[in-house]
Ligand binder design. Structure first.
Ligand code: BGC
Length: 771
């Protein structure tokens, strides 16, 4: 089994497999995503070159990211007949995604009468020049033939709520092709420029059917391979790369063409080798799991935002326009831990996005409710931080009506999720500079928001959070959701800790901050609300935690019963009349999510009891759910279950086993939060890695099939490799490290100095919850 690639020989037939493969084989470099579609495909096959951080709105339709014209378009005609996977007879087809260098490759052999024509192409989105895509295209025929290649830029764009680009102008500038266009809403200019190196054929320039083309003709000789290289650059005004957007695009494409394919590839590969060195997790003894985990890591590496771009990662990454290209809690709660533990500079960039959008969160707090103050982050956040989530975010497939949902106005845990990520950055890296850069301000403003939201219930002498939605979106407008209340309480605690840290370390900075926010007098209130905030506790006899007030009184239906009530397969289970609403069936991990996020605060008994109760009642209608259940399962020894759910999470895009519709809304695309969840399950779960107050701690529970795990970790600015076998744990500290660290291995403290490797023997069965 090949462990560094996925490949498929499936000849794409129906629209669903075109969609699935397009997502599975997408490549991305943080600046743009390019779906894994074939060279000859057009908008009907959902070709998408999705740009990070560039949004547009047409009329009242949803605002979404902009897809650029496809500079990778190429089609081929042999002896007057067009060839293509969807229209010609295919002798064989194979497509491949190479993990080493995030490169997409296809090879198709067509049968044309007695002739066999083979087309190969490879493409990568440069990891060193974010605006650039590089393609090598080859053709060979087993007999002499007349070949016509049409290659250029396709201006026919696949949009969900478009068209976003208007006034497209197609032109040729000496040797290069150009498509220039402007977004509807803000008039942002975007240019795609293409340069080509083709050492054969006669070239004519042509524009037809929204294609800006070079038509290249030649006679092939039997068995000869004819290759040309294509370089296309996408540049937007927002990139601020130069005075003229078209000139910059032209310069990037031409410079790449001048350097040539091999040089571009070499630079790109080198960067990728470094990325893998920092992040590859080795799982020996289980190829299936290894491949799925590596695919997940590849996705996370590909979608990390371009340094300094100010962007974050959308819930469907750059695989298209689904979920409005918006950033959700998915990023901080599911993807961010991977970056924090492997490459904290990316984690830092993700947090900077929240600093940059703090003003939007303040606007939302002011506009969303009476007397709300502070920062209420957008449930679906785009470039300004204003909420892209609509009040009617789901459609009913039966009646066609839009359903009122409260994700936007009631899912208040989002602010705490963001604040917690800031504090964890500080705890993990020891770097407090982000607190000064705006992190402390974010945390204080989130605490301020919760203080303004909290309701003091006099008879119970406690604060409550009323009328919210927890992670389980099927139950809206509930009171005292355990997860939400715990997250809010944590927000007060860490905001106050941040203040204490600043008071001790940067008193002048703190003074200026408190006075600028005019918040000093509220700090006492934060401490008071934190102390008196009600967080549902485990029941003394059953250990169960009620998800929200009144949850136990809901009908205790089975999943099958609830499913059986659906009138339409795509029907949404929540909102006003949804089938799950009057029942205890929940969409995704909620209490269990809390148990994993705050794993130190609950013992194994509580974890087991709640896991057992809620698992049977969870639909896992979100790809975010399974990893939380897997992580908690590992804490009391349900290893087979954890393993199954780990694979389910890691393979979500590989198996294409996900919902394509929520009501009438198309939600297909990639699942980077599940990718992050898979990494967390492997590293926090099976390897049992944790950052505690005493430092790194490792309590492995290797799955029975696994012989060895190897995990690179960045901690406190230093690099470590943890190797775990069934009998030992080796902690290796990079020779470049400066400090000696104490590490807890299965409860025993070891000391690890720079350049050393410390081996600790473990007895696999002695471990609590050993697998
Ligand atoms: C889930 C949310 C998630 C969103 C984006 C929804 O289905 O319920 O928790 O943030 O998808 O992934």
């Amino acid at each position: 089994m090949k462990l560094w690639e996925i490949n498929s020989s499936e000849i794409e037939g129906d629209a669903q497999s075109v969609m699935r493969l397009g997502t599975q084989y997408q490549i991305s470099n943080g600046y743009m995503g390019y779906r894994g579609t074939l060279d000859e495909y057009r908008s009907e096959q959902q070709v998408g070159v999705t740009i990070a951080g560039l949004f547009d709105q047409v009329g009242d339709a949803w605002r979404e990211p902009v897809n650029a014209p496809n500079g990778g378009y190429t089609s081929v005609e042999i002896d007057g007949s067009p060839v293509g996977v969807l229209t010609s007879e295919v002798a064989s087809h194979r497509q491949r995604l190479d993990f080493h260098r995030a490169e997409f490759e296809r090879e198709t052999c067509f049968k044309l009468g007695t002739k066999r024509v083979t087309i190969r192409s490879k493409r990568f989105l440069s990891s060193v020049t974010p605006n650039l895509c590089v393609i090598r295209f080859s053709i060979s025929c087993d007999q002499d033939a007349k070949v016509v290649v049409r290659t250029g830029i396709d201006g026919k764009i696949w949009d969900l709520n478009g068209p976003h680009l208007v006034d497209q102008v197609f032109s040729k500038n000496d040797d290069a092709l150009l498509v220039n266009a402007w977004t509807q809403e803000t008039g942002q200019q975007l240019t795609v420029a293409e340069a080509l190196h083709c050492p054969f054929g006669k070239e004519v320039y042509e524009v037809e059917d929204q294609l800006n083309l070079r038509v290249i003709e030649w006679e092939t000789q039997a068995g000869e391979v004819y290759s040309f290289d294509k370089y296309f650059a996408v540049v937007c005004e927002k990139d601020k790369l130069g005075e003229s957007v078209p000139r910059t695009a032209l310069a990037i494409a031409r410079e790449a063409c001048r350097q040539g394919y091999d040089r571009c590839l070499r630079d790109h590969q080198q960067e990728w080798a470094e990325r893998w060195l920092r992040s590859d997790v080795v799982l020996e003894g289980d190829d299936d799991a290894q491949l799925a985990l590596r695919y997940s890591i590849l996705q996370l590496l590909m979608v990390a935002p371009v340094r300094g771009s100010g962007n974050s990662i959308p819930a469907r990454a750059l695989s298209g326009q689904v979920y409005k290209g918006a950033v959700f809690w998915d990023t901080e709660m599911f993807m961010y831990p991977f970056y924090l533990h492997t490459n904290p500079s990316v984690a830092r960039d993700l947090l900077r996005y929240r600093i940059r959008t703090l003003e939007g969160a303040r606007r939302k707090a002011r506009s969303e409710g009476p007397g709300f103050r502070g920062a209420f982050y957008a449930w679906e956040s785009q470039e300004t931080g204003d909420d892209a989530c609509s009040y009617f975010n789901v459609g009913d497939p039966v009646t066609g009506r839009e359903l009122r949902t409260h994700f936007r106005d009631k899912q208040i845990h989002i602010s705490g999720d963001v604040a917690i990520a800031f504090w964890r950055y500080f705890e993990h890296t020891g770097d407090d500079s982000l607190l000064l850069e705006g992190g402390a301000e974010v945390m204080l403003e989130c605490a301020r928001f919760y203080a303004s939201y909290a309701y003091f219930k006099k008879d119970k002498n406690r604060y409550e959070l009323l009328d919210v939605i927890g992670p389980d979106e099927y139950h809206e407008r509930v009171n005292n959701n355990a997860f939400t209340n715990q997250v809010a309480k944590e927000t007060f605690d860490i905001a106050l800790k941040a203040v204490e840290h600043l008071r001790a370390t940067y008193p002048e900075f703190l003074e200026e901050l408190l006075s600028r926010l005019d918040i000093e007098s509220e700090l006492v209130e934060f401490a008071e609300v934190a102390k008196l905030l009600y967080v549902p506790r485990p029941d003394e006899t059953t250990s169960l935690i009620e998800q929200f007030d009144g949850y136990w009184k809901l009908r205790d239906a089975t999943l099958e019963e609830v499913k059986g009530q659906l009138v339409h397969p795509n029907e949404y289970w929540g909102a006003g009349q949804g089938v799950a609403v009057p029942t205890q069936i929940i969409k995704q991990a909620d209490v269990v999510m809390m148990l994993t996020l705050f794993r130190d605060r609950y013992d194994a008994k509580v974890k087991e009891a709640n896991w057992k109760y809620y698992e049977q009642r969870t639909e896992h209608g979100s790809s975010l759910s399974a990893c939380a259940y897997a992580l908690v399962a590992l804490e009391f020894g349900e290893c087979d279950f954890a393993y199954r759910y780990f694979l389910k999470t890691a393979k979500v895009d590989l198996e294409g086993n996900y919902k394509l519709y929520a009501g009438t809304i198309f939600i297909g695309g990639s699942h980077p939060a599940a990718n992050g969840g898979a990494w967390m399950t492997a590293v926090f779960g099976f390897a049992g890695l944790q950052v505690t107050e005493r430092g790194l701690s490792i309590t492995p529970r290797l799955f029975k099939k696994w012989k060895r795990m190897q995990i690179p970790i960045s901690y406190r600015g230093e690099q470590f490799v943890i190797t775990i076998t069934r009998r030992e744990v080796i902690v290796s500290s990079s020779p470049k490290n400066r400090n000696t660290h104490r590490v807890l291995v299965a409860g025993r403290e070891v000391t690890c100095s720079p350049g050393s490797s410390v081996l600790t023997e473990i007895q696999e069965n002695a471990l609590e919850g050993a697998c």
